[in-house]
Design a protein around this ligand. Structure first.
Ligand SMILES: *[C@@H]1O[C@H](CO)[C@@H](O)[C@H](O)[C@H]1NC(C)=O
Ligand SMILES: *[C@@H]1O[C@H](CO)[C@@H](O)[C@H](O)[C@H]1NC(C)=O
Ligand SMILES: *[C@@H]1O[C@H](CO)[C@@H](O)[C@H](O)[C@H]1NC(C)=O
Length: 353
């Protein structure tokens, strides 16, 4: 019964309406509910597009769920329900507030908009990516004992599913789409908590040039962070995105690779290059190597003519506390770079795969 505490917004228009009615009927069955919890069962919630009909390729749709704020849930895995013929990518955003209270809206960077729907960001407040799928990627099972804490007293009160439709060939003749993710979750508190740190830059890439977009942040919280997956994100100009742990030993920086990827490959979470820990006083650093053959300046922004430079670190911590810090952003070029920020001994292979 726990599954039914995840509630679709806009219930009357949703196929989950009937689930909700079922929940209302069985809500008094407390004994059965408690029993399921004791068994530590992993339950599944279908977070799928509500049979939408995207009309054009490159459409981005978002659909949200609200999570019961009286119950703590722990997501321990994500099982995709999509094919690369239809979906270019899917992202799950944890939100404090969803971008819209519509059932479906236009969302995301570079979006082709469906004029019959509103446009909004995936989240209005407290946005964090908790899962990314692309290119027929397999399921993501978090490491044993690790869960994303959602609902209850957590900062994630909503989850928004975003699907970027690559092709709409399948939908001619009125076939509808239910791409999405099956969330694997439990109400049993997990001993380790999953979190995501998003690194990125502002700035610009000059015409016909190679530019490094860099960021770095010192960890100021008294927590030990175990990165286990990373994701890179740029638009067309990104060639290599790399992320590092940097520790200072006798004024000399030691760099250890967390992950490095060609952002033109499927932008999903990949396992880290090294199992390392980050703790107070360590620095995390990321670089996007951008190559522009354009005759104009490219700026950071949301359209396909703009760029983005992002490196995501998915990590776990012991106990219930993830980092309060969710972002590490710099102004990017020409204002910010690593060496101006007094990082030294920069790895020579930070821009090569
Ligand atoms: C999603 O899963 C259902 C079965 O649960 C299946 O019928 C449907 O084709 C799947 N959709 C996609 C887009 O893979
Ligand atoms: C990191 O640890 C995980 C889990 O123990 C293991 O599966 C993986 O191979 C390790 N990765 C590296 C690069 O050592
Ligand atoms: C970093 O910025 C400084 C000052 O703008 C510049 O002199 C230096 O060449 C830059 N370093 C790199 C590696 O881009």
């Amino acid at each position: 019964m726990a599954a039914l505490s995840f509630v679709r917004l806009n219930l009357l228009r949703s196929k989950f309406f009937w689930h909700f009615v079922c929940f209302a009927l069985f809500i008094h069955d407390q004994q059965g509910f408690a029993f399921a919890q004791e068994q530590g069962e992993i339950e599944t919630f279908d977070l799928l597009m509500p049979n939408v009909l995207p009309k054009k390729a490159e459409t981005y749709f978002c659909t949200p769920i609200r999570i019961d704020s009286d119950t703590d849930y722990y997501i321990v895995g994500f099982v995709p329900n999509a094919t690369m013929e239809t979906a270019h990518h899917m992202l799950l955003y944890g939100c404090e507030e969803p971008g819209s209270d519509e059932e479906v809206w236009n969302c995301g960077e570079m979006a082709v908009k469906d004029p019959s729907l509103r446009s909004a960001e995936p989240c209005k407040k407290g946005s964090q990516v908790i899962y990314a799928w692309a290119h027929d990627a397999p399921s993501l099972q978090l490491p044993p004992g690790v869960g994303f804490h959602v609902g209850g007293r957590s900062k994630i009160q909503y989850i928004t599913l975003q699907v970027h439709y690559a092709s709409v060939d399948r939908f001619v003749g009125g076939v509808r789409d239910d791409s999405g993710v099956f969330l694997k979750y439990t109400t049993i508190r997990q001993p380790k908590s999953a979190g995501v740190l998003l690194m990125g830059t502002g700035g610009r890439v000059p015409a016909n040039s190679v530019e490094y977009m860099e960021t770095a942040c010192k960890i100021n919280e008294d927590k030990v962070i175990y990165p286990f997956a990373f994701r890179t994100h740029t638009h067309a100009l990104g060639r290599v995105v790399s992320g590092y742990k940097v520790s200072r030993v006798n004024r000399r920086d030691e760099w250890k690779l967390i992950g490095k990827q060609d952002p033109q490959l499927p932008q999903m979470f990949y396992p880290v290059a090294n199992n390392l820990t980050l703790s107070k006083g360590d620095t995390v650093a990321a670089r996007c190597t951008m190559v522009s053959n354009r005759n104009w300046v490219t700026r950071i922004g949301l359209t396909s003519d703009d760029e983005m430079c992002n490196f995501y670190i998915m990590y776990w911590t012991e106990g219930g506390d993830v980092l309060n810090t969710k972002h590490c952003f710099s102004m990017g070029p020409p204002i910010y770079n690593w060496s101006r920020n007094r990082l030294n001994n920069i790895p020579e292979d930070a821009s090569t795969l």
